[in-house]
Design a protein around this ligand. Structure first.
Ligand code: AGP
Length: 591
């Protein structure tokens, strides 16, 4: 997703904005730009491609103590320098994250006034509107302008009449401000400002701020407001890769800590959440999420229904929000989102709430937009996840949802004699045995199509393993229920189609083996990931990876790890950067 960076303070703004944009690269982008304001004049550099290109073109030599920068993930208009932000019109310069849904009608109004556009983006129209509504008061001009906008926006705005202030505002797109000794930093996300900030403010939907060198004033549509800043030691938060070549591998190795921290905090947070009462009354659960978060919901469905006997449905958020969903009384909607900023999941949560559901947010980002929509929040503690491919956050989501299933079962008068204690240690054991996965990746990287299959909770891992492989190695792949193969997909099987099978449920083992025998009989090479050693030895199996024995219902916590590693090593074999997969963003804040 696009990344916004801004600075106003005592120091030269260019290097600060450049470094901030570098830290926002993980959000995904394909062009970048920076603009500084000095003595009433703008200097700017914009380019396609990587942020380093700005440096090569002299961005660090721009002078001025106030400026804005942007990494753009193209929605309207190709990733060209003309379409890169900042966009200018008259006295105004803007950077925008989000989508202006009514930009065409607004643009028509501007063209009718004889105004000329220099880009094919939706965002540029905002600069034109600012010039049109310019009333000599910076904040009022901004308020009048955004009242015309429909869609989503996080904006940082410069005006040459106010050379010491940046105006910012947001609607359904994140924006944080960091205050420090030398000035104020503005960004789409914490990693870009954390190490230099003493106090961080999270802007909420409908809020504005005027950011000066020493002072930040906050406003809503009517009046000035006071906001509570966060002063925990952000500098200690480690956003660097450290000894790792890629964030993705660092974050795979952080899975044991993510599981441990999420389980520990769940125990405390759940006690004070008041959710026990809600769970007692819950008669139906709807999980809404996207991508990897959706896959954690697939696993949770099995566990909620098995342990608590509560009917549970899982919906892709982008389908749920337009499906005119039926929300019956005593429905608990669980919105799962690592970033808490995914547009479809936010919209699904808002719709569920409007229709009377109790909405529980499961997110990894404490002050994300989803937390202001939900009735209650249960946070995962995976730590900041930079890699576009979700890894540790998935294991953290599973840890939390499985813990919630145990509480739900107890609230329903059952006594599930199961525990998640020990999974952090077991996950560490799995991570220590990943070496052989590199050999498998060598073979898989040469395939043209890869099938992942599993039954029950193993099916969730089949889906997640397939998504990981697709999104960072660009290898066509799909996850399938093992019992479905013979209903069509078996036709794809030949000696060039690796089949990755996940098998952890003893009572379904023979059924799954039936499917694998059908694959093997047609020349398919089977890679079996299992907790059942006797099946790893079967002659139909080409390669096997033994997982530690564990509670079957919770096995995705472990089974997914070698699949994450397989995707990582396969991406490397195919010459890809696992941290920056093409076309993808870490958080999809637009529809
Ligand atoms: C997963 O590796 C992808 N990055 C993507 O599918 C992601 O899970 C999805 O966009 C949902 O993101 P969220 O959890 O932040 O809502």
């Amino acid at each position: 997703m696009c990344g916004i960076m801004g600075y106003v303070g005592k120091k030269n703004a260019a290097p600060i904005i450049y470094e901030g944009l570098k830290k926002l690269e993980y959000r995904g982008y394909d062009s970048a730009g920076v603009a500084l304001l000095q003595d009433g004049f703008y200097t700017a550099i914009k380019c396609s491609g990587r942020v380093e290109e700005l440096k090569k073109r002299g961005a660090l030599n721009l002078s001025g103590k106030i400026g804005i920068g942007h990494t753009r993930w193209a929605t309207h208009g190709a990733p060209t320098p003309e379409n890169a932000h900042p966009h200018f019109y008259g006295k105004f310069a803007i950077v925008h994250n989000g989508i202006i849904e009514n930009y065409a009608e607004l643009m028509h109004e501007c063209l009718e006034r004889g105004e000329k556009f220099s880009s094919s983006t939706d965002s540029e129209v905002i600069a034109h509107l600012l010039a049109f509504y310019d009333c000599g008061n910076f904040l009022e001009t901004v308020k009048k302008t955004v009242r015309r906008l429909r869609g989503s926006y996080a904006l940082a705005i410069l005006c040459s009449d106010f050379p010491n202030e940046i105006a910012v505002c947001r609607e359904k797109s994140p924006l944080v401000l960091g205050v420090s000794e030398d000035g104020v930093r503005i960004a789409s996300d914490l990693p870009a400002i954390a190490s230099e900030s003493k106090t961080v403010y999270v802007l909420r939907d409908g809020e504005f701020a005027l950011v000066g060198q020493k002072k930040v004033s906050f406003y809503d549509q009517e009046r000035e407001i006071q906001k509570e800043g966060m002063t925990e030691s952000f500098a200690s938060q480690n956003f660097s890769r450290g000894k790792y070549e890629h964030y993705m591998w660092k974050e795979i190795e952080e899975i044991p800590t993510a599981i441990d921290q999420t389980l520990r905090n769940f125990k405390v947070n759940f006690c004070f959440s008041g959710l026990c009462e809600v769970l007692c009354q819950t008669e139906y659960i709807e999980i809404v999420a996207c991508g990897t978060a959706y896959h954690s919901g697939i696993a949770a469905k099995y566990v909620f229904e098995k342990l608590a006997r509560v009917k549970t449905n899982v919906s892709v958020a982008s389908e749920f929000r337009y499906a005119d969903p039926i929300i019956s009384p005593h429905t608990l909607v669980i919105a799962v989102s690592q970033s808490g900023e995914t547009a479809d999941t936010l919209a699904a949560a808002e719709l569920a709430k409007q229709r009377g559901a109790y909405v529980l947010a499961v997110t990894n980002v404490a002050h994300s937009s989803l937390t202001s929509i939900a009735d209650r929040v249960l946070q995962t503690y995976a730590g900041t996840e930079i890699g576009v491919a979700a890894t540790k956050s998935f294991n953290a989501q599973l840890s939390l949802l499985f813990s919630l299933a145990l509480e739900l079962a107890k609230a329903k008068g059952m006594s599930p004699n199961l525990t998640l204690d020990g999974f952090s240690l077991l996950s560490r054991q799995v991570i220590l045995s990943l070496n052989k996965i590199q050999e498998y990746a060598e073979e898989i990287s040469k395939a043209n199509h890869v099938l992942f299959i599993g039954r029950g909770v193993d099916y969730c891992c089949a889906l997640e393993g397939s998504l990981k492989l697709k999104e960072i190695s660009y290898l066509p792949s799909e996850g399938y229920p093992a019992g479905e193969l013979k209903h069509g997909t078996l036709a794809l099987i030949d000696e060039k189609t690796p089949v990755i099978a996940i098998l952890t449920r003893r009572e379904l083992a023979e059924k799954t083996m039936n499917a694998l025998c059908e694959v093997s009989a047609r020349g398919g090479k089977i890679y079996l990931f299992t907790t059942l050693p006797e099946y790893a030895e079967r002659e139909e199996i080409y390669r096997s990876f033994l997982l530690p024995s564990c509670e079957e219902l919770f096995s995705p916590l472990l089974a997914v790890i070698p699949l994450q590693a397989l995707a990582y090593f396969t991406a490397l074999k195919r010459g890809n950067d696992p941290d920056k997969p093409r076309h993808l963003a870490k958080s999809v804040t637009v529809e």
